[in-house]
Structures are given as C-alpha cells and as structure tokens.
Design a protein around this ligand. Structure first.
Ligand code: NAP
Length: 289
C-alpha cells in the first residue's frame, strides 16, 4: 500500500517523514512548492505538480491543511486522481459538517474518506505518536491501518463521518482550559518570584501535571512562543465549537473568553505564535510581565 501527503506544514511534514522512513511514501504536494522540494531533497520522494497527481500515485492520501475551505479546495483538486479502493484521510481540524461535505464530494469517485484529526502537536507528528480520532467506515479504517501505524500511536474509530472531528472538538475545548490554567498559574508564580523551571519540574510530577505544562511551560519561562500550535489555528478550532453551540442557542464561557484572548493577541501581531502566548496576557493582568 502506498501513501501520499498533501500539506507539509508543522504536522504534515512529520507525517510525511514517518511514511517516507517506513518506505510507504509515493508522492507529496504542498501549496508552497519550495517546502515540498526541500522535503523531497531530504527524503528522496517525488514532488507532485498538483494534488490529483498525489491521488493518482497513492492508495491512501493523507491531507493536512489549515482550515475548512482549504480542505474543500484540496478535495476538489485531488478528486480527478481518485478511483474505487483509494482512501482520503483528512488529518486537519475542521467542522464536522465540513468533514461530511468532503466525504460526500469524494463518494462520487468511489473512493473512501475518513475524517481523522489528530492530537499530539508537531512533536507527536515527528515521533509518530499522534492520537488519531476517526469518523467514517470502520472497515475502510481497518484496511488502511498499515499506513497509519508509522504515523500514530493509536488510530481510534469514533463513529460515522464527522465523529472524528466532534471528538477533536472535545480535545480542543480541554486544551483551551488547560492552557488557560497553565498560563495563569505560571504568571502567578512569576509574580511570586519563583524559579519557574523548578516549579514546572515539581508541580509537573504531581496531580496538576499535564502535557502543556511539560511541553509548553518552558516557552513561558523563556518568554518565547515559537509554533507549536499556532494560536490562529486554535482560534479556528474554538470558533467551530462556538458555532456548533450557537446553532443550539448555547455557549461556554471558557470558549468565549479564550476566543477574546486570542483576538487580542492576533490584533497585536501574535497570531503565528504558539497558544502558550496566552501567558503574555495573564502576565500583564497580574503585573508579572
Ligand atoms: P501549518 O504549519 O500552518 O501548515 C498548514 C499547511 O496547510 C501548509 O502546508 C499550507 O501550505 C497548507 N495550506 C493552507 N491553506 C491551504 C490551501 N488553501 N490550499 C492548500 N494548502 C493549504 O499548520 P499545522 O500546524 O501543520 O496544522 C495543519 C492542520 O492540523 C490544521 O488544521 C491544524 O488545526 C491541525 N492540527 C495542528 C496541530 C499543531 O499542534 N500544530 C495539532 C493537531 C492538529 P503552505 O506551506 O503553502 O502555507
């Protein structure tokens, strides 16, 4: 079984590299061609001129692009290379309705579609340890597991089309709460004059320990917030949650607060930073900047 990758950003690059190392990667495409050429130079794989060429060269086509309209554009652009038996696996984070729309557009080609958003960040993509949450047809998932094995620690079937994205939204709400907690707590710690590196080591070993503290806490210690997970992307994910809730006349304070925080950071030019840049706001509120 051969794989192709469309989108070589922070996540797609790691996914493609692991597939190349496993000897499964047939071709890659990236909107900015220079990134695909740099990847090809490193891994000795073909650079496709368009998404449909990747679809024609591979049995399983993995997609990792930014947002809903980017995904639908890529789906339309790759359809021509699809045929029955091929499977498109979208690892981007988009709305459940967008996943169902993508599945519908692909159905006409006879190929399969799985919504398969991931968690674990660029580190997880690099290490092949991502957690994948999958919606679609379980038999299709089971058939392509040999391609997913090198890129994730677990590939979990969650239900019909859209169920993977709905599960990812649960993850993203949790990330918002945890990051708000870590940023507030470390801003408080800085205000108390504590050695934050030691605080992270000590607190990280107790009941408040968590992935964001271990992996993004050091960003806060050094006041540097390289992506990571760009806060503009998390803003997009929380916007999906807000819209799903609003359609039912509901809202969550955590989501509204975090969206407002991200808007302030984006307005002041920090949209391409990691979500740990929330620390900037908490420090300025607590006078510990
Ligand atoms: P990224 O580093 O910003 O990369 C985005 C990729 O999408 C780039 O390859 C970009 O191409 C491509 N792209 C954007 N718009 C496009 C379009 N209209 N047509 C074709 N390609 C397009 O983002 P990332 O961090 O890899 O995230 C990718 C997806 O995974 C997002 O949906 C994100 O929410 C999700 N995700 C991210 C993380 C994380 O921690 N970073 C974790 C889990 C899930 P160019 O190179 O030309 O810009």
């Amino acid at each position: 079984m051969k794989a192709g990758v469309i989108g070589l950003g922070a996540m797609g690059h790691g996914i493609a590299a692991n597939l190349a190392r496993a000897g499964l990667l047939a071709a890659v495409w990236n909107r900015t061609r220079s990134k695909a050429e740099a990847f090809a130079g490193e891994h000795g794989v073909a650079v496709a001129d368009e998404p449909a060429t990747v679809a024609a060269a591979a049995d399983v086509i993995l997609v990792s692009v930014s947002a809903d309209n980017d995904l639908l554009g890529v789906i339309d652009a790759l359809k021509e290379g699809l045929e029955p038996g091929k499977v498109v696996v979208d690892t981007s984070t988009v709305a459940p309705d967008t996943a169902r729309e993508a599945a519908e557009r692909i159905r006409a080609t006879g190929a399969g579609f799985l919504d398969a958003p991931v968690s674990g960040g660029p580190e997880g993509a690099r290490k092949g340890s991502m957690v994948m949450m999958i919606g679609g047809d379980e038999a299709v998932l089971d058939r392509i597991r040999p391609v997913l094995d090198p890129i994730c620690g677990s590939a979990n079937f969650m239900g019909p089309s859209g169920a993977g994205q709905a599960t990812k939204a649960v993850n993203q709400i949790m990330v918002a709460g945890i990051m708000q907690g870590v940023a507030s707590a470390l801003a408080y710690g800085r205000g108390q004059g504590l050695d934050l590196e030691q605080v992270i080591r000590v607190v990280g070993g107790g009941a408040a320990g968590n992935w964001q503290l271990d992996n993004r806490g050091p960003n806060m210690v050094h006041d540097q917030f390289p992506p990571g997970f760009k806060l503009a992307l998390h803003r997009k994910d929380l916007g999906i949650v807000r819209d799903v809730l609003a359609a039912k006349g509901l809202s969550l304070e955590l989501i509204d607060r975090t969206l407002a925080d991200y808007d302030r950071l984006i307005e002041s030019g920090h949209g391409d930073e990691d979500i740990s840049a929330l620390y900037r706001l908490r420090c300025s509120e607590l006078g510990s900047g």
